[in-house]
Design a protein around this ligand. Structure first.
Ligand SMILES: *[C@@H]1O[C@H](CO)[C@@H](O)[C@H](O)[C@H]1NC(C)=O
Ligand SMILES: *[C@@H]1O[C@H](CO)[C@@H](O)[C@H](O)[C@H]1NC(C)=O
Ligand SMILES: *[C@@H]1O[C@H](CO)[C@@H](O)[C@H](O)[C@H]1NC(C)=O
Ligand SMILES: *[C@@H]1O[C@H](CO)[C@@H](O)[C@H](O)[C@H]1NC(C)=O
Ligand SMILES: *[C@@H]1O[C@H](CO)[C@@H](O)[C@H](O)[C@H]1NC(C)=O
Ligand SMILES: *[C@@H]1O[C@H](CO)[C@@H](O)[C@H](O)[C@H]1NC(C)=O
Ligand SMILES: *[C@@H]1O[C@H](CO)[C@@H](O)[C@H](O)[C@H]1NC(C)=O
Ligand SMILES: *[C@@H]1O[C@H](CO)[C@@H](O)[C@H](O)[C@H]1NC(C)=O
Ligand SMILES: CC(=O)N[C@H]1CO[C@H](CO)[C@@H](O)[C@@H]1O
Length: 237
């Protein structure tokens, strides 16, 4: 094998194994995730990420909703996101059916029907076990509250009307949709199932780079020239 071929293969191995990231502290981006417009890090369908400055962006399609990614747990197959606009609930309300057009599900299995109420401005900022005001959904003269599943209107502070809107959202306790919990949205994916592979310290890649239906679990050697040569041997058969 010529030195040129050797170098080329080393470069390929390097790109496959190293993955990408947005900024120095961003989560490592590797299969099934990939970067839009980056042919070296091709994503599984629905797993395209992009960089906004140093932030890693996950975009859910139809309607387009953008989250910033804080962490990707490749073993648990969970991605942790938050809303850069600090109004997580507004984004969640737009998602009619997460599973119909995205590979992601709420990581939390216990979903509940949350209800929104539109209340007069008095009693502003009041919260209780049953309801939580959502300042980012409220406007001049009115305050939007999110109420616990099955809450009755008479549990709310004052003068409220129930909005014709219930949403199946992860049940995480009454105050989860306060903005200070915005870092808490966790989404999981089931396919491609690379978690078992990652748990063994290996890495996942598509068997066939045109279809990506099948995945291949391969040995991953994080550091060391010598070990990289082992990987080269594997790739070049
Ligand atoms: C980057 O994110 C910020 C904050 O959400 C947003 O205002 C801006 O438009 C984004 N830039 C691009 C190019 O998407
Ligand atoms: C959501 O979409 C999935 C896939 O299209 C479908 O199987 C499921 O029934 C839908 N759920 C609801 C509540 O519409
Ligand atoms: C699931 O959510 C309901 C509220 O809808 C709550 O009463 C119940 O305790 C939750 N279950 C678990 C296991 O968290
Ligand atoms: C949520 O509400 C919808 C429509 O009212 C109902 O069909 C569904 O069973 C409810 N789901 C839960 C978990 O309460
Ligand atoms: C809430 O009620 C106020 C006054 O009745 C109204 O102006 C406002 O549009 C309502 N907001 C929503 C989101 O329904
Ligand atoms: C509530 O929404 C449903 C469908 O989204 C609609 O069929 C129904 O007429 C609405 N009810 C009211 C009171 O607006
Ligand atoms: C990749 O998939 C395409 C389309 O299914 C098929 O034609 C091709 O033979 C596959 N290549 C390999 C190497 O399996
Ligand atoms: C992957 O794609 C490259 C370039 O498109 C092609 O040369 C190679 O044969 C493909 N490999 C497989 C396993 O399909
Ligand atoms: C009656 C009502 O408030 N409907 C709203 C339900 O939620 C969707 C998505 O946020 C809004 O577009 C509707 O206006």
């Amino acid at each position: 094998m010529s030195w040129f071929c050797m170098l080329l293969l080393l470069l390929i191995v390097f790109l496959v194994e190293v993955g990408a990231e947005c900024g120095h502290n961003g989560p490592s981006i590797r299969f099934p995730f990939g970067l839009k417009h980056d042919r070296n890090h091709i994503a599984y369908h629905g797993f395209e990420l992009s960089c906004n400055d140093t932030h890693t962006v996950l975009e859910l399609p139809i309607p387009s909703i953008k989250f910033f990614v804080t962490d990707i747990d490749y073993k648990a197959q969970v991605i942790k996101v938050y809303d850069p606009d600090n109004c997580l609930l507004r984004k969640l309300l737009k998602i009619r059916n997460l599973s119909s057009n995205s590979p992601f599900r709420f990581a939390q299995d216990n979903l509940s029907n949350y209800t929104l109420f539109n209340c007069s401005r008095e009693g502003e900022g009041e919260t209780s076990l049953y309801y939580q005001s959502i300042p980012c959904l409220s406007g001049p003269g009115y305050q939007i509250y999110v109420a616990q599943p099955n809450s009755a209107i008479d549990e709310l502070p004052i003068d409220c009307t129930k909005l014709n809107n219930t949403s199946l959202l992860p049940y995480e306790g009454y105050d989860i949709y306060d903005t200070k919990y915005d870092h808490n949205l966790r989404l999981k994916w089931l396919e491609p199932a690379c978690g078992h592979c990652e748990a063994k310290g290996k890495r996942c890649r598509p068997k066939n780079n045109t279809t990506m239906f099948e995945i291949d679990c391969f040995h991953f050697h994080p550091k060391g020239e010598k070990k990289k040569y082992v990987a080269v041997g594997k790739l070049s058969y």
